[in-house]
Write a protein that binds this ligand. Structure first.
Ligand SMILES: Cc1cc2nc3c(=O)[nH]c(=O)nc-3n(C[C@H](O)[C@H](O)[C@H](O)COP(=O)(O)O)c2cc1C
Length: 228
């Protein structure tokens, strides 16, 4: 870590998408503090377009049940809110997406040929990887790309604050594959669009799936310095 290390830097390095949680409950008072701090997230025109529904217990179980019923329908069950990735993803993005998937399954010891194993593991998404709390981030359908980017800033603020509080999370846009069922179960009207879930809880520190190094592109692939 550099000499200028700050708690923000530490939280950025410590945060990762956690895909195995313990069943230790999360104190709602702690979550309230985190959400209050995350309200400081910036947004164009100060619209604060993020709208959030947080569930635990029976309400969380109801979402899992509703989506499990859709999953059982196979492809017919899909209720896509939006294209999660651009259709026909090209390089360098396709390689990054492929690379992280391979590293994830390698940590679990599930080879490419084991399609059933990979699907079974993917479906764990729809149990929130065992997290006791699930947050759903949604907004009005009138919002466009700038406001979606605002939602991302709110989401990262929450994820870093969770790290600071000793908690862990996994953002999960996979819920948008069954958006209507999620929204109906949460009591959201069709004027809302579901962006993503965020599984929240305490990380299972022993799980291999939480320990592999997650690759990042080198800086010169993403930053073009001009005039320095
Ligand atoms: C908006 C968003 C949605 C995501 N959706 C999923 C998801 O549905 N399932 C999953 O396992 N990971 C999901 N991820 C996690 C990414 O795969 C992860 O952030 C990326 O590979 C970098 O890894 P890291 O978060 O551990 O640093 C999502 C991340 C973001 C930001």
């Amino acid at each position: 870590m550099p000499a200028t290390d700050t708690s923000v830097t530490r939280a950025l390095h410590a945060r990762r998408s956690v895909r195995a949680f313990t069943d230790r409950p999360v104190d709602p008072a702690l979550l309230k503090e985190i959400f209050a701090a995350a309200q400081r997230a910036p947004s164009g025109g100060n619209l604060q377009p993020w709208q959030v529904t947080v569930v635990t217990g029976e309400r969380w179980a109801a979402v899992k049940d509703a989506v499990a019923a859709r999953i059982a329908m196979g492809r017919e069950g899909y209720e896509r809110e939006y294209d999660i990735y651009p259709r026909g993803l090209t390089e360098p993005w396709e390689a990054r997406r492929f690379g992280v998937g391979e590293a994830l399954y390698a940590s679990l010891g599930i080879p490419r040929e084991d399609k059933a194993g990979r699907i079974a593991r993917f479906v764990e998404n729809y149990r929130g990887f065992g997290a006791p709390v699930m947050l759903f981030l949604h907004t009005s359908r009138i919002m466009g790309p700038p406001q979606w980017s605002d939602m991302g800033m709110w989401l990262q603020s929450v994820m870093l604050l969770l790290v600071e509080a000793g908690l862990a999370s996994c953002p999960q846009e996979c819920w948008a594959m069954y958006g209507r069922s999620v929204r109906r179960t949460l009591g959201l009207d069709d004027g809302q669009i579901l962006f993503t879930g965020l599984a929240i809880g305490y990380a299972d520190g022993d799980a291999a799936v939480n320990q592999w190094p997650v690759p990042r592109a080198p800086l010169d692939e993403v930053i073009d310095w001009q005039g320095f």
